[in-house]
Design a protein around this ligand. Structure first.
Ligand code: HEC
Length: 117
């Protein structure tokens, strides 16, 4: 019970404050540019990223509020980075391609995505 209360408190704290849900080490500014360079916007709508108006995958404007990533991974920075780098390792059937994103680049992209609200 205590664990559940602690988890609920952590989730509520993350959702209510006017702060990014996760403060992670990456550069959100660089992440915004990388999201464009890797072509993520061909499939996703991402506010603030030029030409990111695709509808192949889900829009990413509220990803920071989501409980799960791609419906299966708990939404944490480590899982976000894992998903961006190796979506097939999570779900072999997913349409999201492996774009050979480096760990550092995925960290920056995650920093930008978590800054959206
Ligand atoms: C060819 C289309 C395509 C490209 C390019 C693409 N994605 Fe995706 N992405 C998808 C699809 C389809 C899903 C939904 C997967 C699922 O739910 O199984 C997805 C899911 C996601 C999710 C989870 C969304 C959610 O609502 O849970 C994130 C985050 C994400 N993509 C980030 C990226 C990033 C960052 C890039 C660029 C490095 C990228 N995607 C490139 C198609 C794409």
């Amino acid at each position: 019970m205590k664990l559940i209360a602690a988890l609920a408190a952590a989730l509520l704290a993350g959702c209510s404050a006017n702060e990014p849900r996760y403060k992670i080490a990456g550069s959100a500014d660089n992440g915004r540019l990388l999201l464009r360079q890797y072509g993520c916007g061909a499939c996703h709508r991402i506010p603030g990223v030029a030409t990111a108006d695709g509808n192949v995958g889900p829009p990413l404007h509220q990803i920071s509020e989501q409980v799960y990533l791609a419906g299966v991974l708990p939404n944490t920075p480590a899982n976000m980075i894992h998903w961006i780098r190796a979506p097939q390792a999570v779900d072999p059937l997913t349409a999201m391609p492996d774009l050979a994103v480096s760990e550092a680049h995925a960290l920056d992209m995650a920093a930008y995505l978590y800054s959206l609200r």
